[in-house]
Write a protein that binds this ligand. Structure first.
Ligand code: CTP
Ligand code: MG
Length: 221
């Protein structure tokens, strides 16, 4: 697998409030910080930019440029985007530490041809609309996908989408939403279950387990 010819943007400026263990970027799992894990598949990337919480000390020994993040994820990505220097960007949350090179390649390839691409997964559980505290209407899960990162875009397109969102006061939890709001189609590629988001305490149990396997078997990714 060759060099990743894109600017890799890592929003890592969140405070991890639901986890309650400080900013996720600096949280250690299996001997590495989530930021170190998240950067692994981008080792050969042409450019890596990371947004950290304001006032956080940039970690040493990582091949990346560090910026101060904003108040929201969207603001952090907007700042990273300003600094990006290549025509293609990959936006990847530090909260998803385990991403394979294969996934990066899939997203990159689709983004190169379609201009915008994101990894998705089918919903494994039954989906229901609760009615107060009771079981309500079941929503056919086949009609839904779970959205992951990294998400790939033409840099100019994502900049336009962020500018449009700013003007319209839109706020979004990922970047594909903003691109779609602009009216541009976003291609879907197959995600991977190991690229889950570390959000709650229990997710750390899973993360420790994956870290153990991946540490012992680095080329498997
Ligand atoms: N993020 C960011 N800047 C912010 C808020 C979030 O760069 N102002 C990043 C986080 O670091 C994370 C990603 O956006 O990589 C997704 O956010 P989430 O999982 O919600 O992480 P946190 O915001 O840190 O967690 P919480 O919402 O529980 O506080
Ligand atoms: Mg958050």
């Amino acid at each position: 697998m060759g060099r990743v010819e894109a600017s890799v943007l890592i929003p890592a400026a969140g405070n991890g409030e639901r986890l309650g263990l400080g900013p996720k970027a600096f949280l250690r799992v299996g001997g590495r910080t989530l930021l170190e894990w998240a950067l692994l598949p981008f080792r050969e990337a042409a450019e890596v930019l990371v947004a950290l919480p304001p006032g956080a000390k940039p970690p040493e020994g990582l091949r990346a440029t560090f910026l101060e993040g904003g108040r929201t994820r969207q603001e952090s990505v907007a700042r990273l985007l300003e600094a990006a220097s290549l025509p293609l960007v990959l936006v990847h949350d530090v909260a998803r530490p385990f991403v394979s090179r294969g996934l990066v390649e899939r997203v990159l390839e689709a983004a190169r041809t379609a201009g915008a691409a994101v990894p998705v997964l089918p919903v494994p559980d039954t989906l229901v609309r609760p009615e107060e505290a009771h079981y309500g209407e079941v929503v056919p899960r086949e009609g839904f996908r779970l959205v992951q990162t990294p998400q790939g875009f033409f840099t100019a397109l994502l900049r336009e989408a962020h500018a449009y969102a700013r003007k319209r006061g839109l706020s979004a939890t990922d970047d594909a939403q903003l691109v779609r709001a602009l009216g541009y189609p976003v291609a879907l590629v197959e995600g991977e279950r190991t690229a889950f988001k570390v959000t709650y305490r229990e997710d750390l149990l899973l993360a420790e387990a994956v870290a153990r396997v991946w540490s012992a078997w680095p080329q498997g990714r």
